[in-house]
Design a protein around this ligand. Structure first.
Ligand code: NAD
Ligand code: ZN
Length: 341
C-alpha cells in the first residue's frame, strides 16, 4: 500500500510502499479516505528536537483521518464492514489507575498513531476497535478527517462554562479558530481571537462570528473598552504557545478568571506567577480529547449546527502531499486535507 513515512532522519516526509497491516482479534482495518495535516506532522516534517526524540525513523505518519472499515478481528462486536468512521489516535493502556477509573485520556502509557505507532497517512490503517468512532451520514469524510483537531478545540472550549461569558482566545490557528466557533455555538457573549498573522485573522472572521484582533497593531485594552467589558475577559483559551500571548491573556482577564491552556510553548518560558496568584486565576492544562466524551459532544454539536468546514482551506490528492505540507508550513492556510481515494 502507499504511505507517507519518515524514512530518513532529516527534513521531509517521503512516499513509500508498505504491506497492508495485519489486524489482531480486537482490531479493525480501515481504508483511509481523507486525512488532515496537523501541526504535529509539521514538527515531524521539520524534524525538530521533539520529533527527533520521539518519532522512530521509518514510521508511517499521520493521525487525523476518516475512512471505512474493511476488515475486523474475531472479537470485534458492534462494528460492521462498510461502517464509515474516524477514530481516536491515542492508543491507551488499560492498567493505570486513570484508565481503570474510565479517565482514558489521562492514561500515562498512551501511545499515538503517526507519532509512536504506524499512522494514517496510508491506504490502510490498523486501529483497535475500541478507538473507532462511527460517523453519522451527516458528517462527510473531509469533516471526519478533522475531528481530531476539532476535538482539541472542543475539549479546551468545554473546560469551563462559557454561557454568557466573554472569551479571549490567543492564537488563530485552525484549533483556535474552531474553538472560537464552539464558544460561539455554546453561548459565549463576546469571543475575541488574537493573532499576529492577518491571513489567519481573516480566516477566523470567515469561519465564526468572532472579533479578530491583530495584537501586532491593536491593543487589547482598546478592544475591551470597545466591547464595553467592565473588567475583562472571563475565560481565556491559550492556543498559540506564545509567551507574549499568555502574558496578554493574564493581563486582560477578570479577577478569578479561568484559562484553558492547549498551546505548547517551545520550551521553558518565564511566567509572572505573582500576577496569576494575585488575580486568583485558575489554569487548566489541556491534552488531547476526552475519550470518548469529547467525541460525543462534538458530533452532537456538528449535528446541531456547529459548522467548521470553512477552516479547511486546501485539498490535495495524497500523491501531491508535498504541496499540502508547503502550504501548511507557509502559515497562510487553515486545515489542509489529503485525499487517499
Ligand atoms: P498553529 O501553529 O497553526 O497556530 C498558532 C497561531 O498562534 C498561529 O496562527 C500564530 O501566528 C499565532 N501566534 C503567534 N504569536 C502570537 C501572539 N503573540 N498572539 C496571538 N497569536 C499568536 O497551531 P494549531 O494547530 O492551531 O494548534 C494550536 C496550539 O495548540 C499549538 O501550540 C499546538 O502545538 C498546540 N496543540 C496542543 C495539543 C494538546 O493536546 N495540548 C494538541 C494539538 C495542538
Ligand atoms: Zn492533530
Amino acid at each position: 500500500m502507499r504511505v507517507l513515512a519518515k524514512t530518513k532522519a532529516e527534513v521531509g516526509l517521503w512516499a513509500d510502499a508498505r504491506a497492508v497491516p495485519e489486524i489482531g482479534p480486537e482490531d479493525v482495518l480501515i481504508k483511509v479516505r481523507k486525512t488532515g495535516i496537523c501541526g504535529t506532522d509539521i514538527h515531524i516534517w521539520n524534524w525538530d528536537d521533539w520529533a527527533a526524540r520521539t518519532v522512530p525513523v521509518g514510521l508511517v505518519t499521520g493521525h487525523e483521518f476518516a475512512g471505512e472499515i474493511v476488515a475486523k478481528g474475531a472479537l470485534v462486536e458492534g462494528l460492521e464492514i462498510g461502517q464509515r468512521c474516524s477514530g481516536e489516535g491515542h492508543l491507551i493502556g488499560r492498567a493505570s489507575r486513570q484508565s481503570r477509573a474510565g479517565r482514558f485520556h489521562l492514561d500515562p502509557a498512551t501511545r499515538g498513531i503517526g507519532v509512536n505507532e504506524p499512522g494514517a497517512f496510508a491506504e490502510y490503517l490498523r486501529l483497535p476497535a475500541f478507538n473507532v468512532v462511527p460517523l453519522p451520514d451527516s458528517i462527510d469524510d473531509e469533516v471526519g478527517a478533522i475531528l481530531d483537531p476539532l476535538g482539541n478545540a472542543v475539549h479546551t472550549a468545554l473546560s469551563f462554562d462559557l454561557v454568557g461569558e466573554d472569551v479571549l482566545i490567543t492564537g488563530a490557528g485552525p484549533i483556535g479558530i474552531m474553538a472560537a466557533a464552539v464558544a460561539r455555538h455554546v453561548g459565549a457573549r463576546h469571543v475575541v481571537i488574537t493573532d499576529v498573522n492577518p491571513a489567519r485573522l481573516e480566516l477566523a472572521g470567515r469561519v465564526a462570528d468572532v472579533t479578530p484582533v491583530n495584537v501586532a497593531v491593536e491593543d487589547l485594552a482598546a478592544v475591551k473598552s470597545r466591547l464595553k467589558l467592565a473588567q475583562g475577559f472571563d475565560v481565556g483559551m491559550e492556543m498559540s504557545g506564545n509567551q507574549q500571548a499568555l502574558d496578554q491573556m493574564v493581563e486582560n482577564l477578570v479577577m478569578g478568571g479561568r484559562i484553558a491552556m492547549l498551546g505548547i510553548p517551545p520550551g521553558k518560558s518565564p511566567v509572572d506567577w505573582s500576577r496569576i496568584v494575585f488575580k486568583a486565576i485558575t489554569i487548566k492544562g489541556v491534552y488531547g480529547r476526552e475519550i470518548f466524551e469529547t467525541w460525543y459532544k462534538m458530533i452532537a454539536m456538528l449535528e446541531n449546527g456547529l459548522d467548521v468546514r470553512k477552516v479547511i482551506t486546501h485539498r490535495f490528492k495524497a500523491a501531491d502531499f508535498e504541496k499540502g505540507f508547503e502550504v501548511m508550513r507557509s502559515g497562510v492556510s487553515g486545515k489542509v486535507v489529503l485525499d487517499w481515494s
